[in-house]
Design a binder for this molecule. Structure first.
Ligand SMILES: NC(=O)c1ccc[n+]([C@@H]2O[C@H](COP(=O)([O-])OP(=O)(O)OC[C@H]3O[C@@H](n4cnc5c(N)ncnc54)[C@H](O)[C@@H]3O)[C@@H](O)[C@H]2O)c1
Length: 254
């Protein structure tokens, strides 16, 4: 690594959603920066794929097949790190329903995965960092949905807004111990989550997204992974409680 502040050699990272588009790219990049990476997801085959990519690049990976809503399983996996420097809580699901059509079970499922799953990981990671006096970094995954009122995004947006609140609250509480907590709110990124499984429909959606974006393109998983690496590393050593928006400029809140 040419720039020492981005070097994670000797550090351990735990990444949830590590079988998916953004989680995999982030796990691989953290490993390339030198971290030993614990990869967690409910998708066992996808996790194996991520571990192979990391090992092919000379990195160290350990996989944990789990559901992030299963607190005991998640706690056990996080604690298996013994010492933890970085948490990237990336696992999430998409859901779309209008306010009037939203059922209790939709809200419960999305809040369970996209908020409680992040909360559980943050709690156990912070406990581990505090126990060892580690001045670690916690990165959560919000979404551009926090800045917009997109139709159908009630459950998803509410969960992501809750992630932002968790991020700011935890940053305030553990900042004095040197633990940093930041969120990333990406714009539209090309991943399995945004795959429309139809070439024409995909091209149409991507073109529409690109037109709305000052940089004139949609995001790639690596665009977000680089934000994860920045927030995970000493390069962001004076940054906490913030929301980083790799979104091509599609929203520009103060
Ligand atoms: N792709 C985008 O445009 C976009 C934009 C903004 C935010 N995000 C957020 O980024 C994160 C990653 O999304 P992605 O686009 O890479 O999606 P993805 O579907 O490719 O990856 C999500 C991963 O999370 C895992 N997962 C889902 N529920 C889980 C559970 N209960 N337990 C364990 N693992 C679970 C899935 O198996 C999958 O591997 C999500 O939190 C998403 O909300 C994505």
């Amino acid at each position: 690594m040419a720039l020492a502040a981005y070097d994670l050699t000797g550090r351990t990272a735990f990444v949830t959603g590590a079988a998916g588009g953004i989680g995999r790219a982030s796990a691989v990049l953290l490993a390339e920066a030198g971290a030993a990476v614990h990869c967690a997801d409910r998708d066992a085959d996808g996790l194996d794929g991520t571990a192979v990519l990391i090992k092919d690049r000379g990195g160290t990976a350990r996989v944990h097949v789990l559901d992030v809503t299963d607190r005991p399983a998640l706690n056990e996996a996080v604690r298996s790190c013994e010492r933890l420097d970085v948490l990237a809580a990336i696992a999430g699901i998409m859901h779309s329903s209008t306010v009037l059509e939203t059922r209790d079970e939709d809200l419960d499922r999305v809040l369970d995965v996209n908020f409680r799953g992040v909360l559980y990981a943050c709690q156990e990671a912070a406990r581990l960092m505090l126990a060892h006096g580690t001045r670690g970094s916690i990165v959560t995954m919000a979404s551009g949905a926090i800045d917009t009122g997109g139709a159908g995004l009630l459950c998803y947006g509410a969960a992501k807004a809750a992630v932002v609140q968790l991020t700011k609250t935890l940053a305030t509480e553990v900042g004095p111990q040197g633990i940093r907590v930041n969120a990333i709110a990406p714009g539209w990124v090309r991943t399995p989550m945004t795959d429309r499984h139809d070439r024409e429909a995909q091209a149409h959606t991507e073109a529409a997204m690109a037109r709305r974006t000052p940089l004139g393109r949609v995001g790639e998983p690596d665009d977000v992974a680089h934000a994860v690496l920045y927030l995970a590393s000493d390069a962001s050593g004076f940054t906490t409680g913030q929301i980083l928006r790799p979104n091509g400029g599609v929203t520009m809140p103060w």
